[in-house]
Design a protein around this ligand. Sequence first.
Ligand code: ATP
Length: 728
Amino acid sequence: MDAFRLLTRSTKFKSAARAAEPTARLPSTGKAANPQLFRTAEGENLELAQNGKKRKRAPVAAEEHGDDTAELDFFSSNKRTAVTSAAAPAAKLDQEQASGQDDGSDEEEAMDEVERRTILNSHKIKVTDLRDLDEIHSQPAPAKESKKKKKKSKKEEAPILSKKEMKRVRRMYPQPLVSFKELRSKYKISSRLAENVAEQGFTVPTEVQLGTLPILLGDSSIPMENEAEPDLLVVAPTGSGKTLSFLIPAINKIVRHHHSKSDEHGILAVVVAPTKELASQIFNEGRKLVAGTGVKITLMKKGMRVVDQDEEGDVNVLDEESEASSGSDEEEYSKPKKGQTNVPVTKSDILVTTPLQLVNSLSANQTMPMGRLPLVRSLVLDEADVLLDPLFRDQTLNIWRSCVHPDMRVSLWSATMGSNVEDLTRSTIKERLEDLGQKSDKLHPLVRLVVGLKDSAVPNIDHRLVYAATEQGKLLGLRQLLRPTAAAATDIRLRPPFLIFTQTIPRAIALHSELKYDIPAEAGGSSRIAVLHSDLSDSQRSEIMRDFRKGEIWILVTTDVLARGLDLRGLNGVVNYDIPNSAAVYVHRVGRTGRAGREGGIAVTYYTKEDIPYVKSIANVIDASEKLRGTDDKKSIQKWLLESLPDLSKKDKQELKKHGVKARQASKQLGKDENDKGSRAARISTKSGYERRMENRKRGAIAASRNRKATGAAAGNESDGSWDGLEE
Ligand SMILES: Nc1ncnc2c1ncn2[C@@H]1O[C@H](COP(=O)(O)OP(=O)(O)OP(=O)(O)O)[C@@H](O)[C@H]1O
């Protein structure tokens, strides 16, 4: 069934619309051609050459361990040594080759710095060492590059450098991952994990995967003491595959851990995400990746216990005994100890959670001091900038501090990151180490990786900034989008499925009830449009998400609760019915479309007279994104508009970020009467619900009678361009 066609209510318009915009360009039609957003011909040629370049493997003597030797070698504590020397035993490889399974295990030549630099630059990947200069200077140079320099630099004082020189000193060129095969051949990840990645059918790594996976899996081209894995701060575009980038190394580290410390059981990795929808999505991705690896992943639920903590707050690491007493390995929980609460302790390696759920669990709903997570080695903060924003900051920092293992590494991921996040990250890492009694010279590196332009929207979507003058103007504009026959005047062709964002929950509810009779009965009527916000119960939220993904709901009205992280691959567009509270929120909202390089997504943003003071930062994001795309001829933001829009003071920006546009705040929030002039102007309504229901019935009756007359023609029109929902 073609949602767009049903919404047009016109037979004449169909062919014109189709001719104007071929469906092949829509994100909801098929796979993305190339998930990479940036690539120059020079870099591409070099990558192709690297992919083709294989060095003859040095024969390795088969050891007495039999077939598993390669795995055991690989899981040895010194992973870099393993990376360079742990080629699989010839016997096993020959066997694999004979059976035609090329896992790409041929050892590949390491790239030199010029090659690495060319490939990274070609993908607009910038890697920076964020440590203080004296710390960088006290570090050894990469193993092969200069032993002499290493000795010398230790004695030297950090020289005084210009800003430009400092940038140059901090810049790093780690090995890029030019193909997924290298995960196995170069970085020796668990074979089962590599298979699970391959099963996803991805052909080339996205930029963020190309840049971060080698760093997190152990890249010998980065100069680090004691093979130290760095803490990592990653800024990469929306929909660029960050989830896979943090899940693969976290899972691989646990597989290794299971081999080297088989007696240690408990949570080894924590992934924190700001919303339940995002946590559940990460959990689902994780489930696909851990299959058959022996790693368990759990989605945090209300009332779940995550550590075995006695009343004094002491944490007991689950030992063999307590595990054995839990019976089967398949059970999700291990039994509680005598004298402890009756809720069993979660038996999992990876915990995916929202901040509040974990804090509540660790502090018995904030009635006790925070418990500790003593075994956690990887802490992942997805959408880190929002997790470190005032709303979640305390909860996130509490979780961070509760991870007390000295080898714990943190990684922070988002498409937007303010410089305050960097400062907070640095200071938290230092404080945490001091609390753990570690010397500052034990400080491991903090590395920042940025893909593309920091804080910018993906270049593969079409932005439309539409002046609607008033609230009523916005509603009229949106109705035109819903009825494309009337949209001829606007040239915006937005096909379902799409999301509509409002500033507040009451506005989302009001807009939903205003629009729900706009979908014709023959297209499914009001069931095609839904509203999702944080006042709904968990089960209502997941039911709506499920129906939206399945394609039963076509239009979802929501608040910023769905602005971040959510991956709806075939979403055709986003409507900002209310302008976003900040440029960062704009980047995330519109980033729900155009995922993994998909073309054809549209982002429509309405603004009214009241919004004019707040539009410039959004116009700037659009302008930057269009520059990145290189479509100067099709610019939607004219220079005169950018120049005439007012700049917002820092204070007003902060106010906007906190409360949104004042005219649209709930009347209660402003302490106003709902019927005063200002409140009425911001109201989303043209007619009463009763009037709209009556109109809708009448329309339905007319349409049904027309349908009866022209059943044959309608049946003929159902065959092509169908839309079967969003891909999972
Ligand atoms: N190498 C790849 N090739 C093709 N598709 C990929 C690749 N890696 C990931 N994807 C797909 O890209 C989509 C976006 O991935 P993901 O949700 O991880 O993006 P993200 O960077 O976390 O986005 P956001 O910033 O919005 O959270 C997913 O559907 C994922 O399956």
